[in-house]
Design a protein around this ligand. Structure first.
Ligand SMILES: [Fe+2]
Ligand SMILES: [Fe+2]
Length: 170
């Protein structure tokens, strides 16, 4: 069944959201590298790669459905953050906005009884639960460390151990 033009447009918008998130996470890598927090930079680079993978998943799905991918412009991200906590606050907000965006595509697919799209988006809904949880936990730890530089450096070392995510390779 040919994909509904409204769903095609919504998926294209979502591809742009994922690419925008990827670019914003890359800007956070820049920030962490500037202040020599290599562990945080490494962790954020993984996050950047994850978002690229999300965009690629949607790209592939739309192609598989015979739809047309439209690549839109990605806004310039900011690397100006006041603190490590500011970065994770921004990251959490971005993930919350992305969850809302995926929910909106899901609602639209439900409206037009596009079961294949609903099924494909299931993975993204689960992923967003994970993403919000991760950002909330990390923000909590960073806030807990506060102005304690040695605590932040311990966190920095731990962030360098971020494993490959299984769901990304699935
Ligand atoms: Fe994503
Ligand atoms: Fe994400």
């Amino acid at each position: 069944m040919a994909i509904d033009p409204k769903i095609q447009a919504a998926i294209n918008k979502q591809i742009n959201h994922e690419m925008t998130a990827a670019y914003n996470y890359l800007a956070m890598v820049v920030y962490f590298e500037q202040i020599n927090l290599a562990g945080f930079a490494f962790w954020m680079r993984k996050q950047h790669e994850e978002e690229l993978a999300h965009a690629a998943k949607l790209f592939q799905y739309l192609s598989d459905r015979g739809g047309k991918v439209e690549l839109e412009a990605i806004p310039k991200p900011s690397s100006d953050f006041g603190s490590v906590a500011d970065v994770f606050e921004a990251a959490l907000k971005m993930e919350q906005a992305n969850t809302a965006s995926i929910n909106a595509v899901y609602a639209l697919a439900k409206d037009v009884n596009d079961y294949a799209t609903l099924s494909h988006l299931q993975w993204f809904l689960d992923e967003q639960v994970e993403e919000e949880k991760t950002m909330e936990e990390t923000l909590g730890l960073v806030r807990f460390a506060g102005d304690d530089k040695s605590a932040l450096l311990t966190l920095n070392s731990q962030m360098a151990n971020r494993p490959e995510e299984e769901s990304e390779t699935a």
